[in-house]
Design a protein around this ligand. Structure first.
Ligand code: SF4
Length: 260
């Protein structure tokens, strides 16, 4: 897969059916607003970008999307410092590790998060798409679609902006992301876009943040249980996610108008 940049918008190889559209081609007003936001974000640190996303014109209009995974405590701490009642959208796919669910509850408690929303596919969607719960073994894109993409799209509908914990170093697709993007009908802020693992570790240590218990157990990146394995010494940091498949993302961050 290859990716290039056109103006302010990342255009990703369409091999896997990913079709982001250049903002300028769809809405000039949005492209102009995006350029203003990117200018405001330039030179700001993570806290500053979050202030842009959670206060002022976006106050009450922004949701944070969090997996409560290996590095999630960093973003959630930064969010809680600004507004602990910011809506936090968490995709409870039904396939997560029990450790993740307990970690969510612990972080909610420790950080005083007042509005954590657990999203799930409807019973009807589960019965229709994955009655025996094994779709992940046959078609991961379809499984991610109904367990993640669709519930998240519904939950994000009332919001004008979203905040993600994505970082450039994580995947090929994320390597050229910007601090502010426009995606799927709303502005998207990525306050940790330039952070690396050392910075994440230092922040975690400095703030005595609880750690996801599976990290110690060999999982540097954590998703659903069937699609996450331990990483061996020398392997890529995300090698345990959808191991063996040409898949780095679950779709919620990639499609424009379609559907993590
Ligand atoms: S990560 Fe795996 S189990 Fe989770 S929704 Fe995607 S395919 Fe299904």
């Amino acid at each position: 897969m290859s990716s290039t940049s056109t103006g302010n918008v990342t255009v990703i190889d369409t091999k896997r059916g990913i079709h982001p559209r250049p903002v300028a081609a769809t809405n000039a007003a949005v492209a102009a607003r995006l350029a203003q936001l990117q200018e405001k974000a330039a030179g700001r640190d993570a806290h500053g970008i979050l202030e842009l996303a959670l206060t002022g014109e976006f106050a009450g209009k922004t949701a944070v999307v969090s997996s409560f995974g290996a590095e999630s405590a960093v973003l959630l701490k930064l969010v809680a410092d600004i507004d602990p009642n910011t809506p936090i959208l968490f995709l409870n796919t039904g396939k997560l590790f029990g450790e993740t669910l307990r970690y969510r509850d612990r972080l909610q408690d420790v950080l005083g998060l007042g509005d954590v929303r657990s999203l799930a596919p409807s019973l009807e969607a589960r019965q229709k798409n994955d009655p025996d719960g094994t779709l992940w073994s046959r078609d991961t894109d379809a499984c991610c679609d109904f367990r993640k993409t669709i519930p998240l799209a519904k939950a994000l509908a009332p919001f004008q902006a979203q905040v993600t914990g994505r970082k450039r170093f994580q995947t090929r697709e994320r390597a050229d992301m910007l601090p502010v993007e426009y995606f799927d009908g709303r502005y998207r802020f990525n306050p940790l876009w330039q952070w690396d693992l050392q910075q994440l570790e230092a922040f975690t240590e400095r703030n005595s943040l609880p750690r996801h218990p599976l990290v110690e157990d060999g999982y540097p990146s954590i998703g659903c249980m069937p699609c996450t394995r331990r990483v061996q010494a020398g392997e890529d940091y995300r090698a345990g996610r959808w191991s063996g498949l040409d898949k780095d993302e679950c779709g919620i961050h990639l499609t424009d108008g379609g559907g993590i």
